[in-house]
Ligand binder design. Structure first.
Ligand code: SAM
Ligand code: SF4
Ligand code: SF4
Length: 375
């Protein structure tokens, strides 16, 4: 099978960078920490993903299949969502504990009322040494044309737009919607005009559905400065009916593009970067591969996720959370108690789902949906 072949990743440098980061003590404010917060497998907590809404205006078949997320599906009522103020308060604690990058996601984050205000507050956060925190957002792009300028003005550092096809019929099949490709492309153009570059575009590849779009997408984004990233279809959640046969291994995508436009491997930008990078040999730009199924990067996973209703998840493939920050916030706990809960949660972490995927898949799991914990 193709997926036995893996793309070489440059993990040695990344590990060294993580190690170097850990060896520099930094004051944490409230609780007594002299080193970066490490989990039980010695991984630092550096990235926070916040799901700001569990709702979406698309029904991508690999994420929110319409049979499940239909009119009878019960989304979280407003009162159960963390308020914008609660999100900011929690984010501040994360930053004091070592988080350096915050990504807003969902569901569709541009559906959350006040998202610009939230970005404004988050972008004002500073680490103990006074450094700014990177604020990123992942969107399906449908509402981006109208919002790009305001997002940039609010202080958004980076944006990733999801787009699975240029062909209208294929896109509408993947997103199970009547949305037109041009609305997403207009969103990407607006983000470029607003100065949100370098923009990344994520394409989830599903065999037999949109794999015929790989070359067209590569061609469309060459010479634009936009980084197209191919994402292996993952077994996240419990509703998408994932089967391995529908996964197109990253190596296959690289081989396909390379045959037309030769590619050269590029070193990772930073520790914990999940995408492997490739540059067009003719200078037309860069692509990325997120090979979450055929490659294992649990050993350098520095991500923690905050669900729409304030629960902490330390793995994308988690089944449950044992830390409810909303409950702490709404029962008047102090910032120090919030930080203590986050610290305990991270220190107890031993997740490595991708590493043990085949073994884990033998037992049925009730994995939490991606739209709720944030992709
Ligand atoms: N709605 C926004 C969007 O689509 O960009 C943000 C949330 S979405 C859950 C975040 C990312 O997860 C998207 O790029 C999406 O394509 C990806 N994603 C969702 N389900 C996936 C799956 N089963 N396998 C791989 N990627 C998936
Ligand atoms: Fe919505 Fe994003 Fe999931 Fe698609 S991938 S259904 S756009 S949350
Ligand atoms: Fe991180 Fe879990 Fe993914 Fe491994 S499977 S890389 S621990 S989110």
């Amino acid at each position: 099978m193709h997926y036995a072949k893996i793309i070489p990743v440059k993990i040695i440098d990344a590990r060294k960078a993580i190690h170097d980061a850990n060896s520099k003590p930094e004051p944490s404010g409230g609780i007594q920490l002299t080193e970066r917060l490490l989990d039980s497998l010695h991984r630092p907590m550096l990235d926070l993903r916040i799901s700001v809404t569990d709702r979406c205006n698309l029904r991508c078949t690999y994420c929110m299949p319409r049979e499940i997320f239909d009119k009878n599906h019960v989304f979280l009522p407003r009162s159960e969502l963390l308020s914008l103020e609660e999100i900011v308060r929690v984010a501040e604690s994360f930053v004091r504990l070592g988080v350096r990058k915050i990504r807003l996601t969902g569901g569709e984050p541009l559906l959350r009322r006040g998202i610009e205000r939230l970005i404004e507050k988050l972008s004002a956060l500073r680490t103990d040494s006074g450094a700014a925190v990177e604020i990123a957002l992942t969107t399906n792009g449908v509402a981006l044309a109208a919002k790009a300028q305001a997002l940039k003005q609010a202080g958004l550092s980076r944006i990733t737009v999801s787009l699975d096809a240029l062909n209208e019929a294929v896109f509408q099949r993947m997103s199970d919607s009547g949305v037109q490709v041009k609305s997403v492309l207009q969103g990407i153009e607006a983000a470029q005009r607003a100065g949100l570059s370098p923009i990344k575009v994520n394409m989830v590849v599903k065999r037999g559905v949109n794999d015929g779009e790989i070359l067209a997408m590569a061609e469309h984004f060459r010479h634009t400065g936009i980084i197209l990233r191919f994402v292996e279809y993952m077994d996240v959640g419990s509703s998408n009916g994932w089967v391995m046969d529908e996964v197109v291994p990253a190596q296959e995508v690289v081989d396909l593009i390379s045959a037309r436009y030769p590619l050269l491997p590029v070193d990772p930008n930073c520790a914990g970067e999940v995408a492997s990078r490739w540059a067009y040999a003719d200078g037309a730009g860069e692509i990325g591969q997120i090979a979450s199924v055929t490659q294992v990067f649990c050993h350098e996973c520095t991500r923690i996720r905050l669900s729409t209703d304030g629960k902490l998840y330390t793995c994308l493939f988690a089944e449950q959370s044992d830390t409810d920050l909303r409950a702490l916030l709404r029962t008047g706990k102090s910032d120090e108690e919030i930080r203590r809960a986050i610290t305990n949660n991270w220190q107890n972490r031993s997740d490595r789902y991708s590493q043990g995927r085949h073994e884990f898949m033998e037992t049925p799991r009730n994995k939490i949906e991606m739209s709720y914990i944030g992709g």
